[in-house]
Design a protein around this ligand. Structure first.
Ligand code: URA
Length: 271
């Protein structure tokens, strides 16, 4: 039997699956049709008549709308009314003032142990997090687990002293893993502040540019990393994101120095 090919590549089942996974990785997560169409095999068709142009009302992107202050106020009211982490998760998941909710698969609130001394604040769910509804479970998450494991901390540690609690600035995945917009960050921040208040960590790790900008209003993680700041009413350490470390392994050396700084600060707080 002839084997199908795609741009010269033999399309056996495994290759086809790998291509599909690659497209998902690149953010193509919405199939346009249920069945594939071989467009080289379509009968010639008369060009469709072009209808008269109708005036189209402009569609405002969420970031163009002027209801942002109202959405932030609603997020603040919902967040401050939540007295427990479960109540906060339900309030944030139910909040409709963020468009990303419509395109995401699952809400991603937190993972690890509430009550841990260290809280890691990441950016936003990626593809795997969006499937599982848990932060940092993809490749970057596996590296994150190894990094913190090297200083004796783990999200599944039974002992609160050795545990991690992990969340993100955004609870919903941005399509194609694009950067969160300033509006998306602004409506998410009230939930993040309340989240950290309720989880009560001793220290916060600001993982990457988005978390650092959301917390202290400054970008430039390569300059800011390793310098302790005050954020969410406690000491916080900006670090380079594990996704960056996967692309730039040479930067792991500085990340290791930051982990040692975190371990030393924890130790100093214990005595
Ligand atoms: N990157 C993040 O910042 N958070 C996740 O949960 C996954 C990847």
């Amino acid at each position: 039997m002839d084997q199908a090919t795609y741009q010269g590549i033999a399309l056996d089942a495994q290759t086809a699956l790998a291509l599909l996974e690659w497209q998902l990785e690149m953010g193509a997560d919405t199939p346009l049709l249920d069945d594939p169409v071989d467009r080289f095999d379509l009968p010639a068709q008369a060009a469709p008549a072009i209808p008269m142009a109708q005036p189209v009302p402009p569609v405002a992107a969420a970031s163009d709308t002027d209801d942002l202050p109202a959405r932030i106020a609603e997020a603040e009211a919902l967040a401050s009314a939540a007295d427990t982490l479960d109540a906060l998760a339900a309030a944030q998941e139910g909040f409709d003032g963020i468009e990303l909710k419509k395109g995401a698969r699952r809400f991603c609130f937190a993972d690890g142990r509430a009550g841990a001394r260290v809280l890691i604040l990441g950016e936003a769910p990626g593809d795997e997090e969006d499937r599982q509804g848990r932060p940092f479970v993809g490749r970057a998450g596996q590296l994150l687990d190894r990094m913190f494991g090297a200083i004796g901390l783990a999200r599944d540690a039974v002992d609160a002293e050795r545990a991690l609690y992990i969340t993100n600035v955004l609870g919903w995945r941005p399509p194609g893993n694009r950067d969160p917009s300033p509006d998306e960050i602004a409506v998410s921040l009230p939930f993040v502040r309340r989240h950290i208040q309720l989880a009560q960590p001793d220290l916060v790790v600001l993982m990457g540019n988005v978390a650092t900008q959301a917390a202290v209003g400054r970008r430039g993680i390569l300059r800011l990393r390793g310098q302790w700041v005050q954020a969410f009413e406690r000491p916080a350490l900006p670090m380079t994101h594990p996704a960056y470390l996967l692309r730039n392994p040479a930067a792991k050396r500085e990340a290791w120095a930051d982990l040692l700084s975190l371990a030393a600060r924890l130790e100093a707080l214990s005595v």
